[in-house]
Ligand binder design. Structure first.
Ligand SMILES: [Zn+2]
Length: 531
């Protein structure tokens, strides 16, 4: 047993909002209270003086891509101010690479650079290596000619469904692949082995602990799941992972009778993930009205509400909720229509009301804004997208941006928030997310002291709930995760400053001083008793 005392504990438990001591037996919390009461009650517990530090439940990122994030830590960072800097980094890597070795990178954004880059620019610096660089949005990629050749992309190649090979006036591929066309090259890159992925996840896990994360909802696929199972079997998984399944595998899940919650408190099945549309960056998010400056472009809708309902109905029969990517107002509308049907279906068939979610909820038509709350649909949102995307949103959605990344609106209408990062699209650092949520500003203080559409700011308490209780609820684990209370899992973090009272800019450099998962300190920088 452990007894941590002399802490300022923010419990997320409304009956005891703050306390100073906590008792932990193996992986669970036994008691939370005042040190004066607990010290005599547990005389044999191993005591640790926390030096007055702030302590709170471990944070969960409710939407990230664990395999991609973990592997991305090994890729070239292409999130550069200029294209030239990105090219310089590729050139540096190419110089060290063996001929034929794939050069991978991630993070560029043509909107920051002012124009789309081309294959020729990569050919000039890496003629002997296939190069494949994914955009920050993950909805576009940039390949060189060697990579395009390996993928057999040429004059004759036709666009795949829901994708586009960007071409110049002569019809030659420019090197830019949009949406599903990305797979043409993506599919010929040698896959990382399960061992390699497991290794990468194990390394990433310690970075996440230091950031203050003790759980994630993972949206990657089979090999991510296999790597996680391998780590779990080896006793190395010390992160609570909720694993979502792609809708393409719904039939298999249905045949197996595989329901939500299968697994254990470390690794368990979540929901069925489907995509309703694309994204803002490449102008593929499905909108009711055209993109500004593109009269004929309203984005791409992958399916309609009816089709989604059919998936949802099938999933509900084995107890799987739906979790649907929807960015544009039209996409969100279609998902909400499907969920309305699904709620009726659940009622008519005496099925439980499942914890359906919408991923991103980026722009919602005013007529639809209250529907998530009304139907108890979880709004899985990423605060940092608001500030990363604000310039794009203003440019491409204009006036409609008032309704975008509207976390406060969703809360006001009674929706539950589950917050995350969509890493590797953004850093999974939850304190950057908290900063964006409470300030609606970037780290450089733009666009203004007041923030972008400041009426959408969350309070720190609301934002923290979105990183703790919200994701726990989405995972059907709110009776044992997201709070520091008796019988809850002992997942907690220790901070040097109180996020409620510190200077908001301190959030940008904040990280966990010590992270406990399942009653075990998995990371600590605190030396000595109470030092
Ligand atoms: Zn995602």
């Amino acid at each position: 047993m452990k007894l941590l005392y002399n802490a300022y504990i923010y419990t997320q438990d409304s009956s005891h909002p703050t306390e100073s001591a906590i008792v932990i037996d193996r992986e669970r919390i036994v008691a939370v209270g005042e040190a004066n009461n607990l010290l005599p009650q547990y005389p044999n517990a191993e005591k640790q003086n926390m030096g007055g530090r702030f302590m709170m439940p471990g944070l969960t990122d409710a939407h990230l891509h664990l395999k991609h994030y973990s592997l991305s830590l090994q890729k070239i960072d292409c999130e550069t101010e200029t294209k030239e800097e990105c090219l310089r980094r590729v050139e540096e890597r190419a110089r060290k690479a063996e001929a034929g070795e794939w050069i991978l990178g991630h993070g560029w954004n043509q909107n920051v650079w002012g124009s789309w880059p081309t294959a020729a620019e990569l050919d000039a610096i890496a003629p002997n290596n296939p190069v494949y660089l994914t955009a920050k949005s993950l909805h576009a990629s940039w390949a060189n000619t060697t990579a395009l050749k390996l993928a057999n992309v040429n004059l004759q190649t036709s666009d795949p469904q829901n994708g586009q090979i960007q071409r110049d006036e002569k019809g030659d591929a420019t090197g830019i692949l949009l949406e599903s066309a990305m797979e043409l090259v993506g599919d010929v890159i040698p896959q990382s082995s399960i061992d390699e992925i497991a290794n990468a996840i194990e390394k990433a896990q310690s970075i996440l602990w230091k950031m203050g994360l003790t759980g994630v909802h993972d949206f990657d696929r089979r090999d991510s799941f296999m790597a996680l199972q391998q780590l779990h079997t080896q006793g190395k998984l010390k992160l609570r992972v909720l694993k979502n399944l792609p809708v393409e595998l719904l039939d298999q899940a249905y045949e197996l009778g595989l329901g939500a919650g299968f697994g254990d408190d470390w690794l368990r099945i979540g929901s069925i993930k489907a995509f309703m549309d694309g994204a803002l960056g490449p102008h593929t998010a499905a909108m009711f009205q055209p993109y500004i400056g593109e009269e004929n472009n309203r984005g791409i809708l992958n399916m309609d509400g009816e089709e989604l309902f059919e998936y949802g109905r099938k999933a509900a029969q084995v107890g799987l909720a739906m979790t649907v990517h929807a960015i544009g107002d039209r996409a969100n509308h279609e998902v909400l229509n499907a969920y309305e049907q699904l709620r009726n279906y659940e009622k008519e068939n005496n099925l439980p009301a499942l914890r359906h979610r919408i991923e991103h909820v980026q722009v919602v038509h005013p007529d639809d804004a209250a529907r998530l709350g009304k139907m108890n649909i979880i709004a899985s949102m990423q605060p940092i997208h608001a500030t990363s995307d604000m310039l794009m949103a203003d440019a491409f959605w204009g006036e409609r941006s008032r309704l975008a990344y509207a976390m406060k609106t969703q809360l006001d209408h009674g929706a539950r928030l589950a917050l995350g990062s969509d890493a590797p699209v953004e850093s999974p650092n939850p304190f950057w997310g908290l900063y964006a949520a409470v300030t609606r500003r970037r780290a450089d203080a733009s666009p203004s002291a007041d923030g972008w559409y400041p009426e959408q700011k969350l309070t720190m308490a609301e934002a923290l709930e979105g990183y703790t209780i919200g994701p726990a609820y989405a995972a059907n684990m709110e009776n044992r995760l997201g709070r520091l209370a008796p019988n809850y899992l002992a997942d907690l973090i220790v901070l040097e400053k109180d996020p409620f009272t510190c200077d908001t800019d301190d959030l940008l450099t904040m990280q966990s001083s010590a992270t406990m998962v399942g009653g075990e300190w998995v990371y600590t920088s605190i030396t000595g008793d109470g030092a």
